[in-house]
Design a protein around this ligand. Structure first.
Ligand SMILES: [Zn+2]
Length: 426
C-alpha cells in the first residue's frame, strides 16, 4: 500500500446517475492505490489496516472537471463582460493573448492562473493556451506542479486574426510538432491536446495538417462549435462545402470521443446527430454563453440523446473558475430556455448539474467523477460550517446549498486527484 491508499470518513455524496445522487452520512470512502474501492456505511474488515482521515461533519464530493477554460484569458477576467462575442474577441481577447509572446508576462499571468486553479473545486481541466510554444510549455510546467490532471493546447490560428496573433499555415504546423516533441514524456499529469482555435481562424489546409498530427501522435482535440449565430453564418461562408459547422471539423476527422467542442448552442439536427454519432464531448459553458450574449445550449436534448456532455467555465467568457457557479448557471439558463425558447425541454435539476460537473466531464479523462468502485479517486472535502442556518439539513441539501452559496462561507478543506492530496495552502 502507498500514500494513495487511505479512507476518507465523512458525509459522502456523489452522482449515481444524472437524476440521482447517493449520500452516505458518516460514510467511509475507500481509496486503494488512487482508485475508489467504494463507499460504505461501515468500514469493511479488509480495509481496516488503511489510515482513516476523519473529516468529521464535512461533505465529501467528487472533484470537478472544467472541460473548457482559457488560461491566458484569466488575466482579464471580469472585464468587457458587456460585449458580444466577436467584439469581445477583438477588443479584449486577441490583444491580451498577444502578450504571451513575452515569457516574463506569461510567467506572471500563468502563476496566478495555476495557483487559483489548484485551490478551486477543479481537479481536471481541458485548457486553451495561446499560439506561443514557449508560453504554452510554461503553462504546462505550472499546471503539472499543481497536482491537477490537465490537457493543455497550443492554439493554432492562420487566418482572420490580428497581425500580433497569427501564424502562417506552415509556421503553425511546425510549431505544433516542435511543441509535441518538447513535451513528450516530460509530465506525469499534463498532456497536450490539438487546439485549432475555431474554424474561422484555421484554414482548411492547416486543419488537414492538424488532423494528420493528431492521428500521428494519437492526441485529443479541443475547439469551439456553434457558439454564436454570426459565427455559424461566417463558417458557412468560409467552408461553403460543409453541410453544417460541425461538418467543417468532421470532414477533417476532428470529431470523436477524444474531442471536446465548446458551446454547441446552435447545433441543428444534423450537427447534433453528428456529435452524438461520433461521441464528441460538448462543453456547456452557461456563464460565458450568457455574458457574451451567445444563447442557451439545449443541454436537456443532449442528455436525452445520451450524448457526452460536461461543463466549462470558459474563462474569461465566464468570469471565474468556480465550477459551483457553473453548475448554478447551468440550471438557471436551462430554466430561461424552457420559459422563453422551448417548453418541450425541461430545465436541468441540481442533481443533473452535479452529474455534468463530475461524471459528465470527468469521463473525458477515463473513469473519473464518481466514487463507484474502480473510478480514479478525485475528491473534495467541503466545509460548509460558515454558511449559517438555523435549520437541520440533509446531506444532499447541504451539497445543493453549497453549489449556490460556496462564496458566502464555503471552504474547500482538502482536495485529492487520483488519490493524491493537493496542497491547498493559504
Ligand atoms: Zn472558449
Amino acid at each position: 500500500m502507498d500514500a494513495t491508499s487511505f479512507v476518507l470518513k465523512g458525509n459522502v455524496c456523489y452522482s449515481v446517475s444524472p437524476q440521482e445522487a447517493s449520500c452516505t452520512a458518516g460514510g467511509y470512502l475507500v481509496c486503494v492505490e488512487g482508485k475508489s474501492a467504494g463507499v460504505f456505511a461501515e468500514l469493511p474488515e479488509r480495509f481496516a489496516s488503511l489510515p482513516v482521515i476523519d473529516c468529521g461533519d464535512q461533505l465529501i464530493v467528487p472533484g470537478m472537471s472544467d472541460i473548457h477554460v482559457h488560461a491566458p484569458q484569466y488575466a482579464f477576467r471580469g472585464l468587457g463582460m458587456d460585449l458580444e462575442l466577436i467584439d469581445w474577441l477583438n477588443t479584449r481577447t486577441f490583444p491580451e493573448e498577444a502578450r504571451y509572446a513575452d515569457l516574463a508576462y506569461a510567467e506572471r499571468a500563468y502563476s496566478i492562473f495555476a495557483d487559483d486553479l489548484r485551490r478551486s473545486a477543479t481537479t481536471r481541466a481541458v485548457v486553451f493556451g495561446t499560439l506561443h510554444v514557449p508560453a504554452t510549455e510554461l503553462l504546462m510546467d505550472k499546471l503539472e506542479a499543481t497536482g491537477l490532471i490537465t490537457y493543455v493546447g497550443k492554439v493554432n490560428m492562420d487566418r482572420n486574426s490580428p497581425d500580433s496573433l497569427v501564424e502562417t499555415s506552415e509556421q503553425s504546423a511546425e510549431a505544433t510538432r516542435t511543441w509535441i516533441a518538447d513535451v513528450a514524456g516530460r509530465y506525469e499529469r499534463t498532456r497536450p491536446i490539438i487546439t485549432p482555435r475555431f474554424t474561422p481562424s484555421v484554414t482548411d489546409d492547416l486543419m488537414a495538417e492538424l488532423s494528420r498530427i493528431r492521428a500521428e501522435f494519437d492526441l485529443p482535440v479541443q475547439s469551439h462549435l456553434s457558439e454564436n449565430l454570426s459565427e455559424v453564418e461566417w463558417v458557412h461562408e468560409l467552408c461553403p462545402w460543409s453541410s453544417c459547422y460541425g461538418d467543417a471539423y468532421d470532414h477533417f476527422g476532428m470529431l470523436g470521443p477524444a474531442t471536446v467542442m465548446a458551446h454547441c448552442v446552435y447545433s441543428d439536427n444534423e450537427e447534433t446527430e453528428l456529435l452524438r454519432r461520433t461521441g464528441t464531448y460538448v462543453a456547456h459553458c452557461p456563464q460565458s454563453n450568457a455574458q457574451l450574449a451567445s444563447g442557451i445550449a439545449p443541454i436537456r436534448r443532449y442528455l436525452d440523446l445520451g450524448m457526452n456532455v460536461g461543463l466549462g467555465t470558459d474563462v474569461a467568457g465566464g468570469a471565474d473558475l468556480s465550477m459551483f457557479r457553473c453548475m448554478a448557471d447551468a440550471v438557471a439558463v436551462s430554466k430561461l430556455r424552457w420559459r422563453l425558447v422551448d417548453q418541450e425541454l425541461a430545465p436541468l435539476t441540481t442533481q443533473e448539474a452535479l452529474w455534468l460537473a463530475t461524471v459528465g466531464g470527468g469521463s473525458f479523462f477515463g473513469k473519473v467523477g464518481s466514487f463507484a468502485e474502480g473510478y480514479e479517486l478525485d475528491a473534495l472535502v467541503l466545509d460548509d460550517s460558515g454558511i449559517r442556518t438555523p435549520r437541520e439539513l440533509s446531506d444532499w441539501e447541504r451539497v445543493e446549498r453549497y453549489v449556490y452559496l460556496a462564496e458566502e462561507g464555503g471552504r474547500i478543506a482538502r482536495k485529492f486527484v487520483a488519490g493524491r492530496e493537493v496542497e491547498l495552502g493559504a
